[in-house]
Ligand binder design. Structure first.
Ligand SMILES: [Zn+2]
Ligand SMILES: [Zn+2]
Length: 109
């Protein structure tokens, strides 16, 4: 990975974006939309399956891996006679720090 980063030095942005596009098509990375921005992440094939809680104010993401949620997805899919192969779920809201900042001082960090 470090070797890859070192080699990427001096490569123009367009090439980097094309490579990201390619990785997306190959299912190596996936785009996670967080409002009007997005983050790139390794897909389940390459990283452990998980979901995110994204703070819309400070942008921090909290990874969560809930067996309960997975079970519900399995059950609902089965109820619709559907075989799930993948899913993405992201919950947006405010993290504890941002909620505290809002309620006490009411100024955006
Ligand atoms: Zn926050
Ligand atoms: Zn899941």
């Amino acid at each position: 990975m470090a070797e890859l980063a070192a080699r990427a030095k001096g490569i123009d942005r367009a090439s980097v974006y094309r490579t990201i596009d390619l990785f997306e098509k190959l299912g190596i990375v996936q785009r996670l939309n967080t409002g009007w921005k997005y983050k790139l992440e390794l897909t389940d094939k390459f990283a452990e399956h998980h979901h995110h809680l994204t703070c819309t104010r400070c942008g921090q993401t909290i990874a969560m891996n809930e067996a309960e949620l997975e079970a519900v997805i399995e059950r609902l899919s089965a109820a619709h006679d559907f075989l799930p192969t993948s899913h993405q779920m992201e919950i947006q809201g405010l993290c504890r720090q941002c909620r505290t900042a809002t309620s006490s001082t009411n100024n955006a960090a």
